[in-house]
Design a protein around this ligand. Structure first.
Ligand code: ATP
Length: 355
């Protein structure tokens, strides 16, 4: 296990015209479980392949602790990588597929057997160990591929690229918790690539959010949810994502349309901002009080566990979460209040303050 340090690492596939990964400096700390979260095409796989050595970065240097590995090929980096599409030896049994990375590195026979049985039991593969891997359904094959990435105890890092995409959704929850168990046991540095926020938030010690080739924020799941540093994190994390409304700072007051919605915490120059508040924290009341803003209810989604109240505020859409079975109705006017410690101000998409 090692700290993996990227120093000014960036990658362009077209000779510098565009950057799939913008030059970044970042350290993956030893023994932590990371989720690398971002939309399709944001550079997740590029970043993973740079760490494993499948791709040489256009610029920058990579260190595993104090050993520079920028020019070290994959085989010399001691990394276990699991790809989105399983690469299995189809004619081999599940057991032999799992044992392969260990035999290859000449682990003792008893150790191989112990590790294969441990991992297969945790991942629910113990009943199919003798089966040829081509006879398994695609979901099971993906789990074998995951197991093969986890079977070695001594690795610099385990890199998982969307490892559960074809696994049955109900089973995914179990597998993620098993993965956590394995991580606790082995203490691997683990990077789990996903575009699915639930997967990232339920699994990781730390979530690294990548957008457009750059890390926009990294932190514990609660921190990203409660305190997004960038509009993208507000949108991308949360279901539905953060509401964003155009607003104006006038003196120390924040206005949405003509309404005063609160005071600026600290000092900020006057002018336009965007105000961000999550649906969970918007408070709805029938009473007009200041600060607050009038909203016309446009619809209610009854989600079972809660209601989503859709509204228009100064011509902009907003969603609030309310208790299931709420009495709000379309075409009525309600008043919204934005709590001071949960409402943030953004300029150029970056958080610049709060209420
Ligand atoms: P996905 O979730 O869809 O796999 P990603 O976040 O992993 O996406 P990358 O696959 O790293 O993103 O791609 C980042 C950008 O680089 C994209 O614009 C992609 O089209 C481009 N790209 C990736 N691989 C190549 C390649 N071999 N040649 C040219 N462009 C590439």
């Amino acid at each position: 296990m090692a700290d993996i340090r990227l120093e000014g690492v960036g990658h362009s596939y077209d000779g510098g015209a565009t950057w799939a990964l913008k030059p970044m400096t970042w350290t993956w700390r030893s023994a932590r479980a990371y989720a690398l979260l971002g939309p399709s095409g944001c550079g997740k796989t590029t970043l993973l392949n740079i760490i494993s050595g499948l791709l040489t970065p256009t610029v920058g240097r990579i260190w595993f602790d104090d050993r520079e590995v920028t020019d070290v090929p994959t085989a010399g980096r001691n990394i276990a990588q699991v790809f989105q599409f399983p690469v299995l030896y189809e004619e081999m049994s599940v057991y032999d597929n799992l044992a392969f990375p260990l035999r290859n590195r000449r682990y003792p026979k008893e150790e191989i057997d112990r590790r294969v049985r441990q991992v297969s039991e945790l991942l629910g593969l113990d009943q199919v160990l003798r089966r040829r891997s081509r006879r398994l359904d695609p979901g099971r094959q993906q789990i074998v591929s995951l197991g093969r990435g986890l079977v070695r105890s001594q690795v610099a890092a385990v890199l998982l690229d969307e490892p559960l995409t074809v696994v049955d959704p109900a089973l995914k929850w179990t597998l993620r918790s098993k993965l956590k168990e394995i991580h606790r046991d082995t203490g691997h540095t683990l990077i789990y690539v996903t575009h699915d926020q639930t997967e990232a938030l339920t699994f990781a010690d730390e979530v690294v959010v990548l957008n457009d080739g750059a890390i926009v924020q990294a932190g514990e799941p609660a921190e990203l949810f409660l305190s997004p540093a960038h509009e993208f994190v507000g949108h991308f994390i949360g279901s539905p994502g953060m509401n964003m409304l155009p607003a104006e700072i006038v003196g120390d007051v924040v206005r949405v349309g003509q309404a005063d919605v609160g005071s600026v915490a600290g000092e900020l120059p006057p002018g336009p901002v965007r105000i961000g508040v999550r649906p969970e924290f918007v408070r709805i009341s029938g009473a007009r009080t200041s600060p607050g803003v009038a909203a016309r209810v446009t619809g209610i989604d009854r989600m079972g566990a809660y209601d989503l109240v859709h509204a228009q505020v100064s011509g902009h859409p907003l969603i609030a979460k309310a208790e299931a079975g709420s009495a709000y109705a379309p075409d009525t006017v309600e008043f919204l209040h934005f709590p001071a410690d949960r409402t943030f101000l953004f300029r150029d998409e970056v958080r610049c303050g709060s209420l």
